[in-house]
Design a protein around this ligand. Structure first.
Ligand SMILES: [Zn+2]
Length: 181
């Protein structure tokens, strides 16, 4: 079982638009004005723009979800702990690029792995990457990531056995040769 976290996801604080040390009152106020901006009722009256209604609808839900966590001091404290741990992992992790990984065609998808010094592996497969928004393109002998975003991202991969982690840095320009058995 692989637990990966995309550190480039926006935090709940960024979604609402407050500092992480904001008071509950500040968060509540900022949330209320954000929710008014994104409210679907308000969007219907505006003329058709390049921004489809769906996008503001999603933002509305994201803000709502962020508030569900940050609006309650107890769940906010839990979330803060999670964030802190994620960041600590990211600092301690070694950087690995897609090109450093061994790619294996396992039929339904591609499995990427990297040797840990304990003898086990860090691993992730292409379907998991696709779920995180990094679909693969294959052209017979090599695979690359579809350049849906030009922003490099990184994913923390834990080792299968020990507590070490690596940071997989994703660059849309990376191409990886497929190992043919
Ligand atoms: Zn290990």
């Amino acid at each position: 079982m692989i637990l990966s976290s995309n550190l480039f996801c926006k935090t709940h604080y960024e979604i609402i638009g407050v500092n992480e040390d904001a008071s509950q009152e500040q968060i509540r106020k900022t949330y209320r004005s954000a929710i008014l901006n994104f409210h679907p009722d308000k969007q219907q009256k505006s003329p058709k723009t390049s921004n489809p209604e769906q996008e503001t609808g999603n933002q509305f839900l994201e803000v709502q979800r962020a508030w569900d966590v940050l609006g309650d001091p107890r769940s906010r404290a839990l979330y803060d702990n999670e964030l802190r741990k994620l960041r600590q992992d990211a600092v301690n992790a070694e950087d690995v690029s897609l090109g450093d990984m061994v790619v294996e065609d396992v039929g339904s998808c591609f499995e990427l792995s990297y040797n840990c010094r304990c003898g086990d592996f860090y691993a992730i497969d292409s379907s998991e990457l696709a779920e995180m928004g990094y679909p693969f393109l294959t052209d017979g002998s090599e695979i690359s990531l579809r350049a849906t975003s030009s922003v490099p991202a990184s994913i923390i991969l834990p080792c299968g056995s020990c507590s070490l982690k690596v940071r997989l840095v994703i660059d849309a320009n990376d191409k990886i040769p497929i190992e043919l058995n």
